[in-house]
Design a protein around this ligand. Structure first.
Ligand code: BF8
Ligand code: SF4
Length: 655
């Protein structure tokens, strides 16, 4: 096994890691090896919230401590390991919820500008969803134009961020029992910004020093992300750019083209990238590309921006998070355009070894060494064309050190909550009934959301792919977002044929009947809100209990790295879902906090965390939870029967 083969299971990445080594390019994989994680910070035991510290509360060797030692283990201000771990944990939630929610705010601002006719080039694409949201929010429809309705919706959406009291409007979408539980636990979020600010206040030196109370606020802010900022992002993006429907595309670095101008779009917000898609098709731009000797303009994405334009336009995916530097190593990327989140600062350094131009576009995210072309939503097409032009003009500067891996795979994406509804129930009777029925009759054991990042502390993509294969083998339907979906796509799991190849017999039979893959790609990380809607629809369709926590479902982010992942995990736990994370666990410095998150949460929310870095063991924790819920629902027998039937069928087949 070469060094590169221990770093990734993805052939294209391995090839590029080897090329990077021979080109003398330093990547995140190298840096992770050069710097081991700080053992104090990793377990949440370092506090630098004031100038009396930083204080580091290391656990005594072996992680057992006498009460005397525990007493001594305190920060200068007296803060305990529990307080420090909980404070660090919820500050991660604040970071993650802010990222998703600020994205949502950006979308709401553009939405309002479009409605007011101040953002030429954009239109409101999904009228049905606009009207549905108007009904939901009590906005008058009557004879008003879509734009008039959208102005009201945009204003209401923006107010959700600064709301001071009451409850976020989308909470009403949750099952009634869940809403009651949130109120009773005191975690129903008020305004999105308010919950984040309150985390920053409470975790300031000398404020909230009760770890359970801290974690409660963490849940409240996380719920404001999932049922607030992220859901607003998803809903308004769907109205603006269209609700995704299933489509075929391709994934991996092999989607780059030798003879075309390659532009990679990387980051998270689809506002600019939607326009770049349009600009790249503009005949004037295509002509310009040809005049420079290219056959055309080829767009591909990395990270969640990629998922956004994949879901709506079928733009191929160049790769996931850990492939951002490797894409440049091909030597064939003429420009990489970035907006916000998950962007390595090393990109301009890597680009220096090749000819690639790194273009930042957000006033919120500049990188030294990159070109900045600020995206102005009021002149979006102009900004997009400038970006595309910069890439085209760079094409003739390509050097000779080019190697594009051959690896590329087909995938089906575009499974919004709405399309799952139609696919399963049919156009005239859209419903989750067939899904629920197949869960009740046991063909589908349960549903698992496998989401999240890559992390160079573990073998790239391996943990995702191993976990997903184990789940579908055991008849668990997998729904996905983010970089995890790309890992599965590269492993050939997002095509209908994967059902016969990898899924258990029950799941495979359902997938084959409906014509879907056993692993469904629901979009970017903000689209985890689609999973919240899907599980809510399962509850509302009946037969599987009356709250999300009754469902045979589970969640996981096996290669997580970002604060956004922690926020997502916490809002799933707070919504009643058992959620397993891999890599490392950021509160291990406090047994009490960890125990509370892993066990105590269940009593409060019906959902809880677990930590298991081994993907097969983690998959089985999820399956055990699913089986526990099936038993509680009294549907465990149905599954035994079905398995027995299949056994008999196999025996008959064998005769
Ligand atoms: O929001 S999965 S590495 S790209 S954080 Fe980032 Fe993680 Fe990828 Fe998307 Ni989500
Ligand atoms: Fe140390 Fe307390 Fe200051 Fe944190 S807040 S750095 S624990 S003194």
């Amino acid at each position: 096994m070469t060094d590169a083969e221990t770093r990734s299971i993805d052939k294209a990445s391995i090839e590029m890691l080897e090329k990077a080594a021979s080109d003398g390019v330093n990547t995140a994989f190298d840096r992770a090896e050069e710097m081991s994680p700080c053992p104090i910070g990793m377990v949440g035991s370092c506090c630098k919230h004031c100038g009396m510290g930083p204080c580091r509360l290391t656990l005594p060797r072996g992680r057992t401590e006498t009460p005397g030692e525990k007493q001594k283990r305190r920060g200068v201000c007296g803060a305990t390991a529990e307080t420090i771990a909980a404070r660090n944990f919820i500050r991660m939630i604040a970071g993650g919820a802010s990222a998703h929610s600020d994205h949502g705010r950006g979308v709401a601002e553009l939405f309002l500008a479009v409605a007011k006719g101040e953002a030429p080039g954009y239109t409101l694409k999904d009228e049905q969803k606009l009207l549905q949201l108007a009904l939901e929010w009590g906005v008058e429809i009557g004879t008003r134009s879509n734009e008039e309705i959208a102005i009201d919706i945009g204003e209401i959406a923006l107010k959700e961020f600064g709301r001071q009291g009451g409850e976020l409007l989308f909470l009403r979408r949750a099952p009634l029992k869940r809403q009651e539980l949130w109120r009773q636990q005191g975690v129903a979020p008020r305004g999105i910004d308010r919950e984040v600010v309150e985390i920053m206040h409470r975790t300031h030196m000398g404020v909230d020093q009760d770890y359970q109370n801290l974690l409660k606020q963490g849940t409240r802010a996380a719920l404001a992300d999932g049922w607030g900022g992220s859901m607003i992002a998803t809903e308004l993006q769907d109205i603006l750019f269209g609700t995704p429907t299933p489509l075929l595309s391709q994934v991996n670095l092999g989607v780059l083209k030798k003879d075309e101008v390659n532009i990679i779009i990387h980051g998270h917000e689809p506002l600019l990238s939607e326009m770049i898609v349009a600009a790249a098709e503009d005949p004037e731009m295509v002509e310009l590309a040809k005049s420079k000797g290219a056959k055309g303009i080829n767009l591909a994405g990395i990270c969640c921006t990629a998922n956004e334009i994949l879901m709506r336009h079928g733009v191929p995916l160049a790769g996931n998070f850990l492939q951002q530097e490797l894409a440049l190593v091909t030597g064939a990327v003429d420009a990489m355009v970035v907006d916000v989140q998950c962007i390595f600062q090393s990109l301009p350094d890597v680009a220096q070894c090749y000819h690639t131009k790194i273009i930042t576009t957000s006033p919120k995210a500049k990188i030294a060494g990159a070109i900045h072309i600020e995206f102005d939503e009021h002149k979006a097409m102009e900004s997009a064309k400038e970006v595309v032009k910069t890439a085209i003009e760079n094409f003739p500067r390509r050097g000779s050190n080019i190697r594009i891996p051959e690896e590329r795979h087909d995938l089906i994406a575009g499974f919004s909550h709405e399309t799952i509804n139609y696919l399963l129930g049919g156009l005239f009777r859209a419903s989750y009934r067939p899904l629920n029925d197949n869960i009740i009759n046991g063909r589908i054991r349960g549903v698992a959301g496998v989401v999240g990042c890559n992390n160079p502390r573990v073998t790239h993509d391996y943990v995702h792919v191993a976990m997903i294969k184990e789940l579908i083998k055991n008849d668990v339907l997998v729904v996905q977002t983010g970089c995890s979906a790309m890992a599965a796509a590269k492993a050939g799991l997002l095509v209908p044929e994967a059902a016969a190849k990898y899924a258990g017999e029950g799941l495979a039979s359902v997938c084959e009947t409906v014509g879907i893959p056993p692993v469904l790609h629901l979009g970017a990380c903000v689209d985890n809100s689609r999973i919240l809607m899907a599980v809510t629809a399962m509850v509302k369709d009946g037969g599987l209990g009356d709250d999300i926590s009754d469902l045979p479902v589970a969640g996981a982010a096996p290669e997580w790295m970002s604060e956004k992942a922690i926020s997502i995990g916490q809002y799933f736990v707070g919504s009643g879902v058992f959620t397993v994370f891999g890599v490392n666990w950021p509160t291990l410095g406090s047994d009490e906090v960890t125990k509370f998150l892993f066990e105590g949460s269940e009593a409060m929310y019906g959902g809880m965390w677990a930590f298991e870095p081994d993907p097969i063991k983690a998959a089985h924790l999820m399956i055990e939870h699913i089986d526990k819920k099936r038993k509680a629902l009294g549907i465990d027998k149905a599954r035994e029967r079905i398995l027995y039937d299949m056994e008999m069928r196999r025996e008959l087949d064998a005769v």
